[in-house]
Design a protein around this ligand. Structure first.
Ligand code: DQA
Length: 148
């Protein structure tokens, strides 16, 4: 099975110290370790990346799509603003799950809108680092079924 690309957007490199009351105290490195542990044994490799730059995220989505890989995407604030990310997901034909650590619907109004949700297979938010694991769990059987 193709690897799953776990892509992280702006400011997620600050996890651990960034607004811990909202995002918790785990670092992005901790999240990566948890994702790799969960994927171990599934036969699926993990590509885990973070960028503060929209265009770099666009290129990584294209890369995942070309490889036939699934994507677990925490696009951070670009979730709410980026037509470019939405078009990248749609254009690359990549199976993508949108994830967030926080429950964006319980927060400011501007976080209630996701420009990428309509081109994702589903959305998971509010479970802290577990959101990533739930995203992975959701993708694995769909990717396995696609392969057969
Ligand atoms: C976030 C939620 C976004 O609204 C915010 O801009 C982030 C993190 C989350 O994981 O909860 O950067 O994506």
């Amino acid at each position: 099975m193709a690897a799953i690309h776990v892509l992280n957007g702006p400011n997620l490199n600050l996890l651990g110290t960034r607004e811990p009351g909202i995002y918790g105290s785990l670092t992005l490195g901790d999240v990566e370790r948890m994702v790799r542990e969960r994927a171990a044994g599934s036969g699926t490799g993990i590509v885990f990346r973070q960028s503060n730059h929209e265009g770099e995220l666009v290129s990584w989505i294209h890369e995942a799509g070309a490889a036939g890989a699934g994507i677990v995407l925490n696009a951070g604030a670009y979730t709410h603003t980026s037509v470019a990310l939405r078009d990248a997901i749609a254009g690359a034909g990549a199976l993508c799950v949108e994830v967030h650590l926080s429950n964006v619907h319980a927060r400011e109004h501007f976080r209630h809108t996701s420009l990428i949700a309509p081109v994702c297979v589903g959305v998971i938010c509010g479970f802290g680092a577990q959101s990533y694991l739930l995203g992975l769990d959701a993708l694995l059987p769909i990717l396995a079924a696609r392969k057969t």
